[in-house]
Design a binder for this molecule. Structure first.
Ligand SMILES: Cc1cc2nc3c(=O)[nH]c(=O)nc-3n(C[C@H](O)[C@H](O)[C@H](O)COP(=O)(O)OP(=O)(O)OC[C@H]3O[C@@H](n4cnc5c(N)ncnc54)[C@H](O)[C@@H]3O)c2cc1C
Length: 415
């Protein structure tokens, strides 16, 4: 099927069906039934099996007519693709539809106080209760974005301690609204509270909610992480269309809630877009040193953007992920840090003033306090460099002392 045919089909369908007076869930149920909400998903699972390039054509038509699409957030961008790749048919039929309609939001319960970079060293335990066929989960998760409103968590827990660390982990879909799950917000240095600590005290998850085989959770987690690294900015994708009507109004409220943890994400990217205007406004554009730094920054930002576009184009053409993908995340960190330096050069000590006292109503200070997050979230720069050196350049692997012995025997810190 070619782009023009797809454009004609989706346009005809939208003209016949888009009704802003439906409730958000009613409208998205139509998207799930027709396949137009997730056109690149398989036909059997609410999609139309289209390649990514034709998915973009569908998105353009939604935007043109101002129709509501699927929700933003980790449900669509991380949980759904993982379930599609690794979930049983029973899980797919139970979990995918509420993600599309927005009835179920998701958070990622991966990191723990003692395991972030060394994610496979996690110690949250899940033990099977054979009477109820449920796993009983105990442990603590950390940095869990959106856990305060999520209905499900993508939970990694250890189900076998007698095998090496990568082989004893299981990936579960955990219901968050239950007495065994306690969510506490964490305040960051930039003032926002986007993350949470999640305490799991005898939380329960049905055995049927294991995504992939029991003990094979590491492979499933890699799928989620690949989606996160590939589209680590996609969480910002939720945009509320303009106009009025029940579906549109409900979507605006939904977007406000889902996107609240991400309001500072533009600042964490460093805001290269503000640099030239700021230099002109402050007169620092006349300083040759500042001019040179601005040009260096903008060249880096442009090269990084082109690399990201090459990675996207390769994906659209169905090519396997190449080195561009691995470099993209690393360069996002380089650009963010370079932006922070140049903003400081331009604004001087004023950059430290937060809120209304600071330049751009505190945006510059917010940039300085937010950019460190880019080089940590979704895997730190050092880990990303390890990935580039081992998988792209083929250099020898980091030595490891714990990968082959039963996890029970691996020495570790006691918290
Ligand atoms: C904005 C943001 C959002 C996040 N959202 C989520 C979320 O929703 N869910 C979730 O589960 N987690 C989330 N995280 C957590 C994130 O995945 C972890 O912070 C990250 O993986 C690093 O782990 P850590 O904080 O435990 O640092 P550590 O692993 O303790 O690392 C500390 C330092 O040691 C370095 N280091 C560690 N191992 C190596 C090595 N082998 N070689 C070289 N250097 C090494 C690291 O690079 C780092 O500089 C989020 C983090 C941020 C900043």
């Amino acid at each position: 099927m070619d782009a023009e045919q797809v454009r004609r089909d989706v346009r005809a369908w939208l003209e016949a069906n888009w009704n802003p007076e439906l409730s958000l869930v009613e409208w998205r149920a139509k998207l799930a039934d027709s396949g137009w909400g997730c056109p690149t998903w398989p036909v059997a699972w609410h999609g139309r099996g289209l390649p990514a390039a034709l998915g973009d054509v569908v998105a353009e038509e939604f935007e043109r007519i101002g129709a509501v699409s699927t929700p933003g957030g980790g449900g669509m961008s991380l949980a759904a693709p993982t379930i599609l790749e690794h979930g049983s048919d029973e899980l797919k039929s139970r979990l995918l539809r509420p993600i599309i309609t927005g009835e179920a939001t998701w958070c990622q319960l991966f990191s723990e106080p003692g395991s972030g970079s060394d994610l496979a060293g996690l110690t949250t335990r899940a033990e099977l209760d054979p009477v109820t066929d449920e796993y009983v989960v105990n442990g603590q998760k950390l940095w869990s974005t959106s856990a305060h409103h999520a209905r499900f968590g993508m939970l990694l827990a250890r189900t076998n301690w007698d095998v090496p660390k990568h082989r004893g982990i299981t990936y579960f879909a955990l219901e968050m609204q239950q007495p065994g799950v306690v969510v506490k917000p964490l305040r960051q240095m930039n003032g926002y509270a986007s993350f949470n600590e999640v305490f799991l005290n005898d939380a329960r998850v049905p055995a049927a909610n294991a995504i992939g085989e029991v003990g094979n959770g590491w492979t499933v987690a890699l799928a989620t992480l690949a989606h996160e690294r590939r589209s680590f900015d996609a969480l910002r994708a939720a945009r509320a269309p303009k106009g009025h009507g029940r579906a549109l109004d409900e979507q605006r409220r939904e977007t406000a809630e889902i996107m609240a943890p991400y309001v500072w994400y533009p600042q964490r990217a460093g805001r290269a877009d503000l640099v030239v205007e700021r230099a002109k406004a402050t007169g620092r554009n006349a300083d040759p040193v500042v001019r040179q730094e601005i040009v260096k920054l903008l060249s880096l930002a442009r090269a990084s953007e082109w690399t990201a576009r090459r990675a996207k184009a390769a994906r659209v053409l169905g090519r396997p992920p190449g080195p561009e993908g691995s470099l993209g995340k690393l360069y996002a960190s380089e650009v963010a840090r370079a932006c922070a330096r140049v903003h400081t050069l331009i604004s001087g000590t004023d950059s430290l003033l937060a809120g209304a006292d600071g330049p751009l109503e505190g945006i510059i200070a917010e940039i300085l306090l937010s950019v460190p997050a880019v080089s940590i979230a979704g895997g730190t720069d050092e880990i990303q460099r390890n990935i580039v050196s081992e998988r792209v350049l083929g250099l020898p692997k980091d030595p490891t002392l714990d990968a082959d012995r039963p996890f029970r025997d691996v020495p570790r810190n006691r918290l």
